[in-house]
Ligand binder design. Structure first.
Ligand code: PBG
Length: 333
C-alpha cells in the first residue's frame, strides 16, 4: 500500500467501516466457508465404536461404522474431504510396519466403506509408517536408530498404491523422506493411477505440537528418540521453500505446511512463492490448547476456533486440515 492512499484524520476514520456487522462483512478481506476445511479423523479397529483421546477433548477414535457416519456428516456439512489417521492394534506392529501394506487392513477397509457411503467426499490417506511401526518412526530404521531414506520410500510407494487401489483420492505422505514424491508419482503412473493426487507434507517441522496425536494413534510410548533427522528444524524458513520447490518438481499436486498457527509465516511464503494449492494443518497440539483453555472457561472456544481458520486463510492457505472441521462447519451453517 502506498502512502498515496492515506488521508489524514478526520478524512480517514477507519472505525467508520467497523461500526456495524453489515459493513464489516461487506468489507471483510477473508471469507471462510466449509469448503475450506479438511476434517482430520482418527480411526481404530477396537471393539468400541468410539474411544476418546484424553489429550484431545472432543476427538474420539472411530471404528469403521463411525467413520462412515463422519463421511456422511462431512457430505451434509459441505466439508469436501476427510484425512484419516489410523490407530493400529499394537499386536500388528513390527519394526518394518508391515501391516501398512495389508490390502485388507484398517485403512483400506475404511476407505472402501466411506467411499461407498459418501462417494462425493474426498478421502485423503496418510502415507507414513509411524502408525504401524513398533518403534514409532515414519520409516525403517537401521541398528543405530537412523531412519533409512530410500528403503523407506520403496515401502511408502507400495503403501500409497494400496491406498489408491482401495479408493483413496489423495495420498498424503507425511514422512519427510527425500525423493518420495517423485517415487510416488512414478509408481502411481505405472500402476495406472494417473488421477490419484499427491498432497505432500512438504514443509513439515519436528514439532512438540504433535504430542496429542502420538497418543491418539498409540505411537507415543513406542517412539524411540525424536524425528529431527527427517523433519525440519523450526528455526528454518528458506529450507521450507526448498522442500516445497522440490516436491512440486517431483509431482506434488498440493502441498502442506505443518504445524499451522505457529507457522503462518511459512504458509505466507509458500503460498506467495508457488502457484500451487497450499494447505495448513492445525495439528493435535493446537487443537488441544484451544480445547483445554475453552474447557477452563479461559477462552471462548467456538470463537477462537473460527478465528484461527480465518487467520490461516488470511495468511494465504487454500484450506485447513483440522480436527475442528465439523464444529466449524456447523457454526458456519
Ligand atoms: C507422522 C504424522 C504426525 C502427524 C500426522 N502424521 C506426527 C509426527 O510426525 O509424529 C501429526 C498430526 C497431528 O499432530 O495432528 N507421520
Amino acid at each position: 500500500m502506498s502512502s498515496h492512499f492515506l488521508q489524514s484524520f478526520p478524512a480517514s476514520r477507519l472505525r467508520r467501516l467497523r461500526q456495524s456487522g453489515w459493513i464489516r462483512s461487506m468489507t471483510a478481506e477473508t471469507q471462510v466457508s466449509a469448503a475450506d476445511l479438511v476434517w482430520s479423523i482418527i480411526i481404530h479397529d477396537g471393539s468400541t465404536a468410539r474411544s476418546p483421546v484424553a489429550a484431545m477433548p472432543g476427538v474420539d477414535r472411530l471404528n469403521i461404522d463411525e467413520a462412515v457416519k463422519a463421511a456422511q456428516k462431512a457430505e451434509a456439512l459441505g466439508i469436501p474431504a476427510i484425512a484419516m489417521f489410523p490407530h493400529i492394534n499394537p499386536e500388528l506392529k513390527d519394526a518394518d510396519g508391515s501391516e501398512s501394506l495389508n490390502p485388507d487392513g484398517l485403512v483400506p477397509t475404511a476407505i472402501r466403506a466411506m467411499k461407498a457411503a459418501a462417494p462425493n467426499v474426498g478421502i485423503i490417506c496418510d502415507v507414513a509408517l509411524d502408525p504401524f511401526t513398533s518403534h514409532g518412526h515414519d520409516g525403517l530404521i537401521d541398528s543405530a536408530g537412523y531412519v533409512l531414506n530410500d528403503e523407506t520410500t520403496a515401502i511408502l510407494v507400495e503403501q500409497a498404491l494400496m491406498q489408491g487401489r482401495a479408493g483413496a483420492d489423495i495420498v498424503a505422505p507425511s514422512d519427510m523422506m527425500d525423493g518420495r514424491i517423485g517415487a510416488l508419482r512414478r509408481g502411481l503412473e505405472k500402476d495406472g493411477q494417473v488421477n490419484t493426487m499427491i498432497l505432500s507434507y512438504a514443509a513439515k517441522y519436528a514439532s512438540g505440537f504433535y504430542g496429542p496425536y502420538r497418543e491418539a494413534i498409540g505411537s507415543a510410548t513406542a517412539l524411540l528418540g525424536d524425528k529431527k533427522t527427517y523433519q525440519q528444524d523450526p528455526a528454518n524458513s528458506d529450507e521450507a521453500l526448498r522442500e516445497v520447490a522440490l516436491d512440486i518438481q517431483e509431482g506434488a499436486d498440493l502441498v502442506m505446511v505443518k504445524p499451522g498457527l505457529p507457522y503462518l509465516d511459512i504458509v505466507r511464503r509458500v503460498s506467495e512463492t508457488f502457484s500451487v494449492p497450499t494447505l495448513a494443518f492445525q495439528v493435535s497440539g493446537e487443537y488441544a490448547m484451544i480445547q483445554a483453555a475453552a474447557q477452563q472457561g479461559w477462552i471462548d472456544g467456538p470463537r477462537v476456533m473460527l478465528e484461527t481458520i480465518t487467520c490461516f486463510k488470511r495468511a494465504g492457505a487454500s484450506g485447513v486440515v483440522t480436527y475442528f472441521a465439523d464444529k466449524v462447519a456447523e457454526t458456519l451453517a
